[in-house]
Design a protein around this ligand. Structure first.
Ligand code: F6P
Length: 325
């Protein structure tokens, strides 16, 4: 009889901890006597049938490495129904019984559709530095990205206070302020601008900065999420410069937040989720993604990927100005 065969892929923006999850998927599968195939460049690899068997040795020394050994892509072709139908036929022909998809909301949407339309059992592992998936308090890469941003901003703080300057620092999060708000708290930022804010963020920023100047602050750090409504930090900076004649500087942290060696948290959750995804697929569970709630591992139906995204905790957003007193 043909052995049970699992395919694993990473999709969307890479995130530190993805390799830990791949390693766990492979080694847990081998431990259960299950074949495991690596699918390269995300859903593009399904379309191109770019897959090959993975052995335990393929996963040696990857736990501590950022990025993904399977490569990744944002595959627009997979949004087309007929492309998914062909991919499902190819998977069945190759004897791949189920899939582990490591990625964010776009990747989980693809996995959900494969399951709904073609009955392919799929398990999702949250892998995105944005930490913006419904039903889970954490995603792989978020903790590492936060620590990277914090390390960079601590350095910026040194020069900001030496020159008595205002710095606007852009962090990632196209449609999520999770990285921005958590970073702002951890760096003692004077203000934070983020997409989910329900106030006029430019006006709120000016009020906060003025209050700081009145209290004698000579330098300030403002953390700006990529997707903030007030605009990118260059636009916000230009406005502030024109209105208040400030000697400010803008830093865009960019993709350094996506790389680097994963933190302990990202390694541990990657390992746990990788192993659990395999065990559940082999036991017949389908159409789910894993997550964490109150630090416990949970399983969430893939259909919930369309639920409202979590927003930065109010307790933290409110704390930024308080602690910048
Ligand atoms: O989804 C993760 C993320 O890093 C977002 O924070 C960011 O907006 C986006 O990916 C950038 O994507 P790309 O690397 O494709 O430009």
């Amino acid at each position: 009889m043909k052995p049970y065969r699992i395919g694993v892929l990473t999709s969307g923006g890479d995130a530190p901890g993805m390799n830990a999850a791949i390693r766990a998927v492979v080694r847990q599968s081998l431990d259960l006597g299950v074949d495991v195939y690596g699918i390269y460049r995300g859903f593009q690899g399904l379309v191109d049938q770019d897959w090959r068997p993975l052995s335990s040795r393929n996963c040696a020394n990857i736990l501590q490495r950022g990025g993904t050994i399977l490569n990744t892509a944002r595959c627009h072709a997979f949004k087309v129904k007929s492309v998914r139908a062909q991919a499902a036929r190819d998977l069945k022909e190759a004897g791949i019984d189920s899939l582990v998809v490591i990625g964010g909301d776009g990747s989980f949407t693809g996995a959900h559709l494969l399951g709904e339309e073609h009955g392919i059992p799929c398990a999702g592992i949250p892998g995105t530095i944005d930490n913006d998936l419904p039903g889970t308090e954490r995603t792989l890469g978020f903790d590492t990205a936060l620590n990277t941003a914090i390390g960079a901003i601590d350095k910026i703080r040194d020069t900001a206070s030496s020159h008595e300057r205002l710095f606007l620092v852009e962090v990632m999060g196209r449609s999520s302020g999770m990285i921005a708000v958590h970073t702002a708290i951890a760096c003692g930022a004077e203000a934070v601008l983020y997409p989910e804010s329900h106030v006029d963020s430019y006006a709120a920023l000016v009020t906060q900065l003025k209050a700081g100047w009145e209290r004698g602050k000579r330098s300030s750090i403002v953390v700006v999420a990529e997707g903030d409504q007030a605009g990118n930090p260059y636009e916000v900076g230009e406005r502030l410069r024109n209105e208040y004649n400030l000697d400010l500087r803008v830093v865009v942290l960019g993709h350094i937040q996506r790389g680097g060696s994963p933190t302990a948290i990202d390694r541990i959750w990657g390992s746990l989720w990788g192993s659990e995804a395999v065990k559940r697929l082999v036991a017949g569970e389908k159409g789910f993604y894993l997550g964490a709630q109150a630090n416990e591992l949970v399983s969430i139906p893939l259909s919930r990927i369309h639920d409202a995204r979590p927003e930065p905790p109010l307790a933290l957003t409110k704390l930024v100005p308080t602690l910048a007193l």
